[in-house]
Design a protein around this ligand. Structure first.
Ligand code: MG
Length: 345
């Protein structure tokens, strides 16, 4: 098989800012896996994050090595293809996840079924997706974001500012009195500050808190979780399936992302491992087009919580795939991932 790529730039309607910074422009790598024997192809997207050591350039470099490793591989042999990718490149999760998505797209297209069907999943059981309220420049901008999120009944509020967290949650709650709220601190708090914030968040009827502390601080996370009235979910602390066991007793749930774990099969292993440890499972995303979001959305029937708004935040999404209009995750019945070129709005 042949692995082709295309670099693209997409733009969020508002600057997307979290505790460690943000941007309005996002460079992504679109991957096509082509079987030269019959020209059939599958598609995937890499959404590299500098936080996890990736850039579009490292993705392109990793794709060259993956392409060489998989050149003579059977495209149907998804399990060994992912193992082969892991042997060829150690990290570079977003690059591997793009190829993984493309291989699954190709296999399910050939079977003539949507990917969720190939996995035996019922798309009607997918949870609703949140819509993210990023850190805004001021209260007016924050209220505009909440207005923009009007069709979405569940909001995920980004916190982790030096001094505005209390004001942010107060403003969002006032602007959205009846919505379900979840909070993501993106590793910005200390344990002591997290416990103070959680008391406050309880007053605003927040459902759970994602990654209050630094990724490596598992002792701190355990300390907070033991004292927190709200469930704690690990994101930056949980990249791959082998991280999940270490988080048993440390947090209540995990947030998996294809760009962190490196592929759809590793994502399935993370879900199975978390379930075996009695933990709740969420899937999130980076800012990505509908191609990347749709690959993750096929996992949605296995989730408790979904945060798959990455493409909904874009003003120039070049793909059409899953819809999360109003938070409802709607996977179509087209074969494969079910993604086509063309803007949906
Ligand atoms: Mg997060």
């Amino acid at each position: 098989m042949q692995i082709l790529h295309e670099l693209i730039a997409v733009h969020t309607r508002q600057p997307f800012v979290i505790a460690r910074g943000g941007s309005s422009e996002w460079r992504r790598v679109i991957v096509r896996v082509v079987d030269e024997r019959d020209g059939a192809e599958g598609w995937g997207e890499a959404a590299p994050s500098p936080f996890y050591g990736e850039t579009p350039e490292t993705v392109v470099a990793a794709l060259a090595r993956i392409g060489a490793a998989l050149a003579n591989h059977d495209p149907w042999a998804l399990e060994t293809a992912e193992a082969e990718m892991n042997r060829a490149v150690r990290w570079n999760a977003s690059a591997k996840s793009a190829v993984s998505a493309a291989l699954h797209d190709l296999a399910a297209k050939r079977l003539g079924v949507p990917l969720y069907r190939m996995w035996g999943l019922d798309p009607a059981t997918a949870p609703q997706s949140t819509y993210t309220i990023a850190i805004a420049a001021d209260d007016d901008a924050l209220r505009r974001s909440v207005d923009e999120a009007a069709p979405y009944p569940i909001l995920k509020v980004k916190l982790g500012t030096p001094d505005r967290d209390a004001a942010i949650i107060r403003t969002v709650r006032a602007a959205a009195p009846d919505k379900r709220l979840r909070v993501d601190a993106n590793a910005a708090w200390t344990a002591k500050h997290a416990l103070r914030m959680i008391e406050l968040l309880l007053d605003y009827d927040v459902e759970f808190v994602e990654q209050p502390l630094a990724a490596h601080d598992l002792d701190g996370l355990r300390f907070v979780r033991d004292r927190s009235p709200l469930p704690i979910v690990a994101d930056e602390s949980c990249l791959v399936a082998s991280d999940v066991a270490k988080l048993d007793g440390v947090v209540d749930g995990i947030n998996l992302k294809l760009a962190k774990c490196g592929g759809l099969r590793e994502a399935l292993r993370m879900i199975a491992t978390a379930r075996a440890h009695g933990m709740m499972v969420m899937a999130g995303c980076m800012i990505e087009t509908s191609l990347g979001i749709t690959a993750a959305a096929h996992l949605a029937p296995l989730l408790d919580y979904a945060d798959l708004d990455g493409a909904a935040l874009l003003k120039d999404d070049p793909f059409r795939g899953v819809s999360i209009a109003g938070g409802r995750i709607t996977l179509g019945d087209a074969p494969g991932l079910g993604v086509s070129r063309g803007q949906s709005r």
